[in-house]
Write a new protein. Structure first.
Length: 184
């Protein structure tokens, strides 16, 4: 499945062959990506990315999550997808990361907006949340720009590289928020 974000950007459902691009990007940007992404420290070889992709692609139906590569002009730029989806309560979380060279172009903001549309209008979900480390300004500006509501702080919610806990800001958007924003 592919979701077209605009003329240049598309979200392409994760495939096993994407493990190479994922690993190369992480391996070449360890310091940049590792500041906020705990998994970078544990991604030491291509087999680690292979295992991650296999866990997503081969997940049993009851634990399946939509995860996409972000592609700009056909080139791998990062990942975005749902995590911890609760089908019974019709809610999910969106996680994302982007290669340094694609930063500050609005790519993730537009991609999150499209993923919200997919969550609300295709999957029938009612709530989407995004968690961002308190100090990660570029990441938390995304839900703010898209009209997500800050719900509060999850104290020491994520363990970062170097065995340091960080607080997380929790943002949410409801289907009713999305519907109202798109009618204006």
């Amino acid at each position: 499945m592919t979701i077209k974000v605009d003329n240049d950007i598309e979200l392409k459902q994760l495939e096993q062959s994407d493990a190479v691009d994922i690993f190369k990007t992480i391996d070449n940007q360890r310091e940049y990506l590792g500041k906020w992404l705990p998994f970078v420290e544990f991604t030491k070889e291509i087999s680690d990315s292979d295992s991650f992709v296999a866990s997503v692609v081969n997940a049993p139906e009851d634990r399946f999550e939509y995860v996409f590569t972000i592609r700009k002009g056909g080139e791998f730029a990062g990942l975005i997808g749902f995590k911890d989806t609760d089908r019974l309560n019709k809610k999910t979380e969106i996680g994302y990361w982007l290669s340094e060279k694609y930063q500050k172009q609005g790519i993730v903001t537009r991609s999150v907006d499209k993923l919200c549309d997919f969550a609300f209008n295709t999957l029938g979900l009612n709530r989407v949340q995004i968690k961002c480390a308190v100090g990660n300004i570029p990441s938390k500006n995304i839900p703010k720009r898209l009209g997500f509501k800050l719900e509060g702080i999850e104290r020491q919610g994520e363990l970062l590289t170097g065995n340091v806990f960080t607080d997380l800001e929790i943002y949410s958007k409801l289907k009713s928020d999305y519907s109202i924003a798109n009618k204006q």
